[in-house]
Write a protein that binds this ligand. Structure first.
Ligand code: 0O2
Length: 205
């Protein structure tokens, strides 16, 4: 554990976090293949871009503390669903569902949980489809099953979430009511934009 902390201090990933990096790399490859092959067959790429991150040790410690999961943050970290995170940004809402279906249909991708904030947006207006999946990572002497949170959203949803994150950050936990109301209205505008773009897409198909 101490060695793990030393590595973290040195700005490298502690050993146990490497597993999450590998899981991300495997899923990124799966998503790139889906993107390229779907584009080849259907003349439409369902993925605009993909980003990923392994949660920083400081952020893991903070979440473990906030959730009251004990003092041993490395042991407790495995309970968290979002140490490994991938964000898939798609042109259209239909692409979000298409990519989710294609990914979870794969034999080695185990779907643990779905949080559909598109069907049921958060109170602040946040929309995205979150999948908690588990995939096997093949190591030199064993196979580890690793959880990854995959967030799928449209470009409009991503724009809203990125800007909301920046704006709300300033208020910490106490966003004023009028500000929150404006953000929620902006989220509805983003949803409207998605619907209009989908209608245009339908017309040219
Ligand atoms: P980061 O920097 O992306 O890692 P919890 O994780 O405990 O907060 P829960 O229920 O486990 O809550 O997860 P939830 O709410 O399904 O998803 C959490 C992640 O979704 C967040 O991660 C964000 O990436 C994204 N998210 C959820 N709600 C919002 C929102 O209102 N606005 C924005 N911009 N993003 C949101 P982290 O850990 O907060 O941050």
């Amino acid at each position: 554990r101490e060695a793990a902390d030393e590595l973290a201090v040195a700005g490298q990933l502690p050993r146990f976090l490497l597993m999450y990096k590998f899981a991300i790399e495997e899923l990124m490859t799966k998503l790139r293949i889906l993107s390229e092959e779907f584009d080849f067959v259907h003349r439409h790429d369902p993925i605009e871009h993909i980003t990923s991150r392994v949660k920083r040790p400081e952020a893991i410690k903070e979440k473990v503390r906030r959730r009251g999961l004990g003092d041993d943050w490395i042991a407790a970290a495995h309970v968290l669903d979002d140490i490994a995170g991938i964000r898939v940004v798609c042109p259209f809402v239909s692409d979000v569902h298409q990519v989710a279906r294609m990914l979870t249909a794969q034999d080695d991708v185990e779907l643990l949980r779905t949080k559909d904030y598109i069907a049921k947006p958060k109170a602040n207006g946040y929309r995205s489809l979150h999948l908690i999946v588990r995939i096997p990572v093949f190591l030199s002497d064993r196979v580890e099953k690793v959880k990854v949170e995959v967030q799928l959203r449209t470009i409009a949803m991503d724009f809203w979430a990125a800007v909301e994150h920046k704006l709300s950050y300033k208020y910490a936990d106490s966003v004023p009511d009028d500000f929150a109301g404006e953000l929620a209205a902006a989220a509805r505008t983003a949803a409207d934009l998605d619907a209009r773009m989908a209608a245009l897409h339908e017309r040219i198909r």
